[in-house]
Design a binder for this molecule. Structure first.
Ligand code: F6R
Length: 259
């Protein structure tokens, strides 16, 4: 794991955008995209680089992490709609190559299997962007998710439904079930980049980075990943015991070493 402590949210987003740019400029790229608030500044920065610096997504495809079960794609808070509104409609990414699980599929179990197959058929994800829930989830792999899980239906915790109520008119409206890539699925991405900002994420970040590898803290599964970059702002870094070491390592990062 590499831990990058950025001075603020925008600086964190710039680092994540740099990682995406590095992949996109190296050739055809399969992007793994997250929704929620954490990636919004990164998406805004990538849109800016597309408009002002010619960063192209024409050779890229994308797979979303998750989707609410039962929410129509036309609903403004379906992740199908959110990713288009916040990001992909504003760059030259072919809309037909932006994939997400069908939350309204009649057979959600079959849909989950087909989704994993589609990722594999696309050659796997090159760079996966992640946020983290206050309870340590990545994707919607809530605590005690199997560390080797595949895409499947999960039940959201009440804490996550409460956290996500801000996107709906009430907590009651937040769906109880989701289709999410599993921890095993996410772990197959060749490079994972997690962004976390704000004090509310500090405990979950510390458990992910410095806690034991445990299904109770699903993001700790990234400790097993050979190429994980964790980008946090100062507020999200406050509970890290080895923060000074991470700063030292970053300050002395060899010039040849990319993220
Ligand atoms: C969203 C996702 C979730 C969010 C997490 C944090 O696609 O998979 O894991 O990244 O719930 O949400 P925010 O960023 O809104 O705090």
């Amino acid at each position: 794991m590499e831990i990058v402590i950025a001075p603020d949210e925008q600086a964190a987003a710039n680092v994540v955008a740099d990682v995406f740019e590095q992949h996109l400029r190296s050739g055809p790229t399969v992007l793994g995209l997250a929704t929620g608030s954490s990636p919004l500044r990164t998406y805004a920065e990538l849109i800016r680089r597309h408009r002002e610096e010619g960063l192209s997504f024409a050779q890229a495809g994308a797979f979303l992490l998750d989707e609410y079960v039962g929410l129509p794609r036309s609903h403004p808070e379906s992740y199908f709609s959110v990713i288009r509104r916040e990001f992909t409609d504003h760059v030259d990414l072919d809309p037909d190559r932006v994939h997400s699980p069908h939350g309204e599929a009649e057979d959600v179990a079959a849909e989950a299997i087909a989704y994993d197959r589609a990722i594999a058929e696309a050659g796997g994800v090159d760079v996966q962007l992640l946020g983290i829930g206050t309870d340590g989830h990545i994707g919607f792999n809530e605590p005690i998710s199997s560390l080797t899980s595949r895409t499947r239906v999960k039940t959201l915790t009440e804490q996550t439904r409460k956290d996500n109520a801000r996107f709906f008119s009430s907590q009651e409206e937040v769906p109880r079930h989701v289709l999410t890539q599993g921890l095993g699925t996410i772990g197959e991405a060749r490079h994972v980049v997690l962004v976390a900002t704000g004090a509310a994420k500090a405990a979950a970040v510390a458990a992910m980075v410095e806690g034991p590898l445990a299904a109770l803290s699903p993001a700790s599964s990234l400790q097993l990943h050979p190429h994980a970059t964790i980008v946090v702002d100062e507020a999200a870094a406050t509970a890290l015991n080895l923060a000074d070491y991470y700063r030292f390592a970053l300050a002395h990062k060899p010039s040849w070493q990319q993220f």
